[in-house]
Structure formats: C-alpha cells, structure tokens
Design a protein around this ligand. Structure first.
Ligand code: MN3
Length: 246
C-alpha cells in the first residue's frame, strides 16, 4: 500500500481528530463497548429522517395516504439508516486501516446519500396547494431552456415515464452554462451531471405509485403535476442561480 503517511503517523493523527470531533462514543460501541454516548448525529456527519411537511393524507387523491406513509416512514428511513451505516463503516475503515470493503462502502454511501437527498427534495417539492405553472425568474429560465412551459412539461413527462427500472425524473440547474436540464436518474445516483443542482424531482420507483396506479406510471406523473410546489422549486432556483461557473 502506498500511504503518504506511515500507518503509525496516520493513527496518531486520527486519534487526535476523533477526540476533537467527539467521535469516541461511536467507536466505543463499534469496538464492543457497552456505553454508547449519543451525541448530536448531525455534528457527527450523520443524517436524520426529516418529518413530512404535511399530513400523510394531504396529497390525496393524487398520492394516497398508505403509499405516502410507507414511502416516507419505511423507504426514506431505510436510506437514512443505510447512509449512516456506510458513513460509520468508512470512519472505522480509516481508523483500522482496513479498506477491504471500500468498493462496497463507497457504493452504499453514494446510493443511500443520493436517496436521502432526493426524497427530502421530493417531499418538499410537492404540496396540497401545488399545481399550476411557475412564474417570475424561474419561468423565464424554463422558457430559455425548454422553449415554453408546455415544452418543459411534455419533455419532463416523457423522460420521467421512460426511466429504465427504478429512478427519478429530475430538473436540474446546470451551473457551467446556466441552463436548466431534464435528467433521467437510474436508482438514485446514476446518470447525473456533476455539479448540477436538482430543483424538481419526481420519484418513479414503483414504491412511489404502485399501490394506487399499479403499472400506470404515466398517469401518476400526469397527476404529479397537480401537486408540484412551484414556490419551493422557485426558491431553490433563486438559491443556486448565482452559482454560474462556480
Ligand atoms: Mn422513493
């Protein structure tokens, strides 16, 4: 192995770092200690499941209560657990200098972190008061990028319906050129553009719609347009539009 630091120097450095970051509690448990000190998970780089921003039945009739409950409480929660597990395992790998599972852990990290990010955005970019069309600068950016709102809508629906297997339809802001782009993401992490910011996401894993729509993905996507929270999408656009050529 071609370490830049000797193992001894690295372990010494990590020891200081783990004390400074308050990580002793995690490692105490991982190494068989019985006293797990529960620190603030966010300070340790872990993530937490955010509550839904509305009641479970708020998106009826377009998304039913049972689907939303299972989707948020079980599926999204699973991605949070998966991310935190991979994050902690990678910390342990650094301390023990055992990278035998590095490919597996890197994949797990990417998959679950992307799942957590996209689901958080998905809940926020839907609303029982959603629907309609965007206005203001977001509408101007969409016209510049897609020709018209109708052009965007048709493109987004076709692309999202055609996602192969489990994935997402996503409208991103691509800061190198300052254009909006529609992507088809497979799983959560594949087929992106590096550096692009997701502004609008539509989950087309079967768990997002199958109970109500079965295999009719296109109807679910059409109904999704009735609950898009354009106010939130516009807020995200405002937050990143200045990052052109960062
Ligand atoms: Mn999902």
């Amino acid at each position: 192995m071609d370490h830049l630091l000797s193992r001894r120097e690295m372990m010494k450095g990590l020891g200081v770092a783990s004390i400074a970051l308050g990580l002793g509690g995690i490692y105490g448990t991982a190494h068989g200690g019985s006293q797990k000190k529960e620190g603030n998970p966010l300070e340790q780089g872990e993530c937490i499941l955010p509550p839904l921003p509305y009641p479970y039945d708020a998106l009826e009739p377009y998304i039913d209560k049972e689907t939303l409950t299972i989707h948020h409480d079980r599926h999204h929660a699973g991605y949070v657990r998966g991310f935190n597990k991979a994050w902690k395992e990678l910390s342990k790998a650094r301390v023990s200098d055992d990278y035998s599972l590095i490919k597996h852990l890197s994949r797990e990290l990417s998959f679950h972190a992307s799942g957590h990010v996209l689901h958080t955005l998905y809940w926020e970019n839907m609303s029982p008061k959603g629907g309609g069309e965007p206005s203001g600068e977001l509408a101007e950016a969409m016209n510049k990028s897609f020709g018209s709102f109708a052009g965007f809508m048709n493109h987004f629906m076709v692309a999202t319906k055609a996602v192969e297997g489990s994935g997402w339809g996503i409208m991103v802001f691509e800061p190198y050129r300052g254009y909006l782009v529609i992507l088809q993401a497979e799983k959560h992490q594949d087929l992106t553009i590096w550096g692009a910011y997701p502004l609008l996401v539509c989950d087309v894993w079967e768990h997002a719609y199958y109970l109500k729509y079965q295999n009719r993905r296109a109807i679910y996507i059409k109904n999704f347009f009735n609950i898009i929270n354009w106010t939130e999408v516009a807020r995200r656009y405002q937050a990143v539009k200045g990052l052109v050529r960062y």
